[in-house]
Design a protein around this ligand. Sequence first.
Ligand code: ADP
Ligand code: MG
Length: 343
Amino acid sequence: MQEGQRTDVNTLGEFGLIDHLTKEFPLQQPSTIKGIGDDAAVIENGDLCTVVSTDMLVEGIHFDLAYMPLKHLGYKSVVVNLSDIYAMNATPKQITVSIAISNRFSVESLGELYEGIRLACEMYQVDLVGGDTCSSPKGLTISITAIGQGEKNRLCYRSGAKVGDLICITGDLGAAYLGLQLLEREKQIWEKHPDIQPDLEDQKYVVGRQLKPEARRDMIETFQKSALIPTSMIDISDGLASEIFHICKQSGVGALIEESGIPINQEAQLLALKFKLDPVTCALNGGEDYELLFTINPNDVEKVKYLPDIYIAGEILQAKEGIKLNTKGGNLHDLKAQGWVHF
Ligand code: ADP
Ligand code: MG
């Protein structure tokens, strides 16, 4: 990029932009074990490591207050940050919360937001230890930083996957995206006919996955109890396809995902078909599931085989084999980070 030139940020994409802006920042402190590029940064701190992650949520981009109650928004804002700490196989301990607010928000409504934040702190046993408050010309922005702790030799990075490792997924994928589709549809109807009550078709599961996600603390505890250390791990915030790309890129490997191994909730599956969406595409590209994607050494397969809510969905290959999806029909497709479409 030359001086005087004006390059649109969209030309680089999110990850290209981060790389571009941060490439002249070599790490200077020996205590910085991991800087930019994973779910959280890792800082050496005696026998334990401090793990730090931060996320920003902007009204109109990440949430829509037309269907997102402020209390849920507060809860979700915390959970999405804690998810990044768990994805390092670490335990969150503290958060800071910064908000920028327009005068549209009353003390009472911000109290609702903080009630959600408080509930998440209670649920995940983290302390709110600081933040910042300022005004904004328009809308609401929330920025949360989560600080956690992990044992150095138990931390899981995106870069640790080896050829032959098995690819595992927790929970189920795609439901949060379908919940969003349903809420968006009802919002559009409501904008045209404000007298009609939203019809969420009793889709409690998918709507709940969108409005009140949980982070997989239970999985980190399960790993500890089963003496299992995944070789690599990432949380699924942008869809399975994007996350497997991150693991492969940073580990220098390829992957084969079995379509039949991708866990999809039945309610989500039926709703996808109703919306004329491919359920597998929703799982691959939907996002906001906050499940964990991790790889294990094949010798550890007995440890995960009988654990509830963990699904083996593929295998790590050599980089030259690319990133492939083996469909239920037995066809091999190149998986694209931005997705792979059935129809
Ligand atoms: P995640 O999806 O897990 O929250 P991101 O994709 O947001 O992670 O970020 C990828 C990496 O880039 C992280 O290490 C994050 O801290 C870093 N990062 C993102 N934006 C910036 C920025 N503006 N300046 C420095 N580092 C950034
Ligand atoms: Mg993440």
